[in-house]
Design a binder for this molecule. Structure first.
Ligand SMILES: Nc1nc2c(ncn2[C@@H]2O[C@H](COP(=O)(O)OP(=O)(O)OP(=O)(O)O)[C@@H](O)[C@H]2O)c(=O)[nH]1
Ligand SMILES: [Mg+2]
Length: 458
């Protein structure tokens, strides 16, 4: 691990009130001393006014703060220069900092040092990036809780209990002649079950966590010309996709991210499904069907002027079999008698289709109802973020699953006392995976991968 002094711009490079240049490492203070002039001297946790000077010429009036190791973000000596927020002046000061001995930080290097110096565990570091990237308020709230260490504490507690159990088991392996505190299989099994249950409860929060973090993947499907691209445009509130009255207009998948309330929708407009000899369109249809593997919700559009065909029902059945949520929309209601909708309802309900909405995209009818229906399907409001733990990172879910796998193996091996060393190996594996979540027992590669995703200056 390098301990040289690093620097980067911590704020976004755009014309703004202030910019912050952050410096961390052994030589931070000595470096600042060379380029910063003030009537006061720098003291830890204080911010002082002065000027940045290059070749005896003032570059800018600035505020500089100093955080002494280990009481800083990175755990090292940290100085931060608050200068005026112009691109040029910010870059110029950074260059001066680099000329005076610092090296430019790699993305996430400040946070990586914070992790390595024990200022944060890995889940807290991941919370930093989640907080920076959060696109909704709920997402920020969950990241903020994780930054406080709620996931860290829970994993640490689980791990400690398993380590205690291991110690208990290993005493009887190493010193079988001691009867003292004999391992009682029933008790071990009970404890393992309890831990499996607790971990499963955390894993179960992931589905909602994933949706909060990454959004709901929504595909708009239906036959050509039913109004799929028109719906995407209405949801996006601008003309994202080409709309014409020529069936087969959309070929490639058109994607747009849309916020409704606290939910992010990643909406995919797709090529209309039909048998076709057109090679390009054919590929489009294949892409549409493939896309089904990554979607949470399908909005299936039918044209009110046309009859539902067997092909529609077949596709809808396919969607439902994949466990994807479904909303059927009857569009172009402006072109038919209102009572037609009842006929559709009857026919669709007979085929076990629950959610059916009338719509006229030309008249702006039915959009709000559709949005409300989506919010109801993926409601995020009934979770107590303040007090309950929710995971949003796939890395955490995968490691928890691995831990459970080994705890289940351990529990299966419990029936014969000879297998006690096998149990011990399984439990050890489980604790190893739990450790990986918080950054103990973790490889350099994993750590590097996590911090690579950070932005510069964090
Ligand atoms: N009358 C009426 N026309 C509509 C409505 N919604 C869409 N249209 C028209 O239907 C035609 C097809 O609309 P698109 O949105 O391109 O349909 P699509 O499903 O994306 O079609 P493909 O990309 O070819 O599969 C266009 O001329 C739209 O203006 C509606 O509610 N009422
Ligand atoms: Mg289209």
């Amino acid at each position: 691990m390098s301990t040289d002094t690093i620097a980067a711009i911590g704020t976004a490079l755009s014309n703004s009130g202030i910019s912050i240049i952050r410096i961390s490492g052994r030589d931070s203070l000595a470096l600042i001393d060379k380029i910063f002039k003030s009537n006061q001297s720098l003291e830890p946790n204080k911010i002082i006014f002065g000027k940045i000077v290059k070749n005896e010429k003032k570059l800018d009036n600035v505020l500089v703060s100093y955080f002494k190791s280990p009481k800083s973000y990175t755990g090292e000596d940290v100085c931060e220069i608050n200068c005026h927020g112009g691109n040029e002046i910010t870059r110029e000061i950074l260059e001066l900092v680099l000329e005076n001995g610092a090296r430019i930080a790699t993305p996430g290097e400040f946070s990586k040092r914070a992790f390595i110096n024990g200022k944060m565990d890995l889940t807290q570091s991941e919370a930093v990036i989640n907080l920076i990237n959060a696109k909704t308020r709920i997402e920020s709230r969950i990241a903020s809780k994780q930054l406080d260490g709620n996931l860290y504490s829970k994993i640490k507690e689980l791990r400690e209990e398993l380590v205690e159990l291991l110690a208990h088991i290993e005493v009887s392996i190493d010193y079988p002649e001691y009867d003292y505190e004999e391992v009682e299989p029933i008790k071990v099994k009970e404890l393992l079950y309890k831990k499996i249950e607790e971990i499963q409860k955390i894993i179960d929060t992931y589905e909602q966590g994933r949706i909060i973090k990454n959004g709901v993947n929504v595909a708009i499907l239906g036959r050509p010309n039913v109004g799929k691209s028109s719906l995407l445009n209405k949801l996006a509130e601008y003309e994202k996709a080409i709309v014409t009255d020529i069936p087969g207009t959309t070929r490639d998948i058109v994607e747009e991210s849309i916020n409704i309330g606290d939910i992010i929708l990643n909406v995919f407009d797709t090529a209309g499904i039909r048998e076709t000899e057109d090679i390009v369109e054919k590929i489009g249809v294949e892409k549409t069907l493939k896309k089904l593997d990554e979607v949470d919700l399908v909005i299936y559009i039918l044209n009110a002027e046309e009859k539902v065909e067997l092909k529609d029902f077949e596709l809808i059945a396919k969607i439902k079999n994949k466990g994807i949520k479904l909303i059927v929309v009857i569009n172009k209601m402006d072109r038919v008698e209102k009572s037609i909708f009842d006929t559709f309802m009857l026919q669709l309900k007979e085929n076990n289709i629950e959610t059916i909405l009338p719509m006229s995209l030309i008249n702006d009818d039915g959009i709000e109802e559709l949005k409300n229906e989506i919010v109801t399907l993926f409601h995020t409001n009934d979770f107590d973020y303040e007090h309950e733990l929710m995971i949003t990172n796939v890395r955490h879910k995968d490691l928890l699953k691995k831990a459970i796998h080994f705890l289940k193996n351990a529990s299966k091996s419990i029936n014969s006392i000879e297998s006690i060393d096998i149990i011990s190996i399984h439990v050890k594996n489980a604790t190893r995976f739990l450790g990986e979540i918080i950054g103990e027992d973790v490889s350099v590669d994993v750590v590097n991968k996590i911090f690579e995703k950070f932005c510069l200056g964090k």
